[in-house]
Design a binder for this molecule. Structure first.
Ligand SMILES: [Zn+2]
Length: 218
């Protein structure tokens, strides 16, 4: 396999509703938020991990193609289908292909960083909103013992810089790859990112998309 070039897809991911991608609370003190979002370790700013974007796009494409394994939750590892070629196959015995897609972490845009910093100054928010939800015990129909459950979310309207690279080898059909990516981006807009999507979280929109600096539509 000989690498010919890289194709670069760029754009903006905009949160159309609050977005929650869970982080770790290991390093936080007792009394801190129970359900924190993932943040950059140095700046404390929220970001969207490339792994979240990759995992979601892959599973939606597999659901559409009918190859999603709901029982195991594991990705297809046939090593032959378009999705295995693009996203990689975990089983080296089944594929001699190299993974084509590289998803970058989507860092917050300057514009959103400024807005969240202002909100931090004015309202004391930690670059996120805190959403309280009633936990209802389905047996009694009453609010559960824990009562209100607090969850951190990235506020609606926040934007992140989206970027991915496509490794294009000799004999690859780059147009076919790009079409698959467009399909995946489209599915992500119709579905959700992060958690609690069926309860209104995680609606996203991709805007200002380009492929090798030329505008593309999805
Ligand atoms: Zn496969």
């Amino acid at each position: 396999m000989k690498l010919k070039e890289y194709g670069i897809v760029k754009g903006i991911v905009r949160c159309e509703t609050g977005l929650r991608i869970g982080g770790s609370k290991d390093s936080l003190e007792i009394g801190a938020m129970d359900n924190p979002i993932i943040r950059h370790p140095v700046t404390g700013l929220p970001y969207i991990p490339g792994s979240s974007l990759k995992g979601k796009m892959r599973s939606l494409l597999e659901i559409k193609a009918g190859s999603f394994q709901k029982d195991t939750g594991r990705p297809c590892n046939c090593g032959r289908c378009d999705i295995c070629i693009l996203f990689g196959c975990g089983d080296p015995n089944k594929s001699d292909q190299m993974t084509r897609l590289i998803f970058r972490d989507a860092m917050i845009t300057e514009d959103s960083e400024t807005k969240l910093r202002d909100a931090q100054g004015e309202k004391g928010l930690n670059f996120a909103e805190i959403k309280y939800e009633n936990w209802i015990d389905r047996n009694t129909g009453k609010a559960g013992r824990s009562g209100l459950r607090a969850q951190e979310r990235v506020p609606e309207g926040t934007t992140f810089n989206f970027e991915m690279s496509i490794r294009i080898f000799e004999n690859d059909n780059s147009e076919k790859f790009l079409n698959k990516i467009k399909e995946g981006l489209n599915l992500m807009q119709q579905d959700y990112l992060g958690s609690s999507g069926s309860r209104g979280y995680g609606k996203i929109k991709f805007v200002n998309l380009t492929y090798n600096d030329k505008e593309i539509a999805i």
